[in-house]
Design a binder for this molecule. Structure first.
Ligand SMILES: [Zn+2]
Length: 240
């Protein structure tokens, strides 16, 4: 049985409640990386997710590529989202279990959107320029940690193993089926995404870290892919 962590980016959306109900029904744990700008006026679905045992991570306030920020702007953006997450946990009356951060597009501050090719590069050596390094130091000094325990081969790479931000080993590309993207990439329907998953290296390893999305158009794709993973006997791991 192959094991993986389910992480979901860009919450909340108008479908978050339905997505949480689906996951509760299937007994699947997940970590939701929230956008501060979307959460700010819509705490309720994330309070509900927390009360149902889901873990919340910081996915920045404005969801901009961090390569476009100065160091100071980057920290402001992280902290602005983090204050809203604290408030959400307070209102849920649940102790925040830890602080986790994922960069939008996995742009860690140098303009490289590694989300789109990261998993395919087994000997990837992700850059650590001065700004990237400074943000990593900030995250470390402000108690951000990794929620994953994994021996996945990608994590044998020193630059990945030492990262304080949350990376991944498999992205579902569920966003490729949204109106904005459909027809522009190599997966055009749900069968393409399932096929890609079946052909991936995931079955070879345990502790895979998967990325899905909670956006206005991704719920049906999400459910179809998770249903498919259940059929293929993936085991979904708990965090911490
Ligand atoms: Zn995102």
């Amino acid at each position: 049985m192959t094991s993986c962590y389910l992480t979901i980016d860009d919450s909340p959306s108008s479908h978050t409640d339905e997505m949480i109900d689906y996951l509760v029904d299937k007994k699947i744990p997940a970590l939701l990386f929230v956008r501060g700008d979307l959460l700010e006026g819509n705490l309720a679905p994330i309070i509900r997710a927390i009360k149902n045992g889901f873990v919340i991570g910081n996915h920045s306030y404005a969801h901009k590529p961090f390569g476009e920020y100065t160091y100071e702007q980057a920290i402001d953006d992280i902290e602005k989202c983090d204050r809203i997450i604290d408030k959400t946990y307070e209102q849920a009356n649940v102790k925040r279990p830890g602080k986790y951060f994922r960069f939008p597009y996995l742009d860690r501050g140098d303009g490289d959107r590694i989300e789109r090719y990261f998993e395919t590069v087994s000997d990837v050596d992700i850059s650590m320029d001065e700004k990237v390094q400074k943000i990593q130091t900030y995250l470390h000094e402000n108690d951000f940690t990794q929620p994953f325990k994994t021996n996945h081969p990608l994590y044998k790479n020193k630059s990945i193993a030492s990262a304080v931000d949350c990376l991944m080993t498999y992205t579902s590309f569920d966003w490729m089926l949204t109106d904005r993207h459909i027809g522009k990439w190599n997966c055009n329907n749900i069968d393409d995404l399932k096929h890609r998953l079946d052909q991936s290296d995931m079955k070879k390893f345990n502790g895979n870290i998967t990325i899905f999305h909670d956006q206005e158009e991704t719920l049906n794709t999400f459910k179809s892919l998770i249903d498919h993973m259940i059929i293929k006997e993936y085991k979904f791991l708990d965090f911490q």
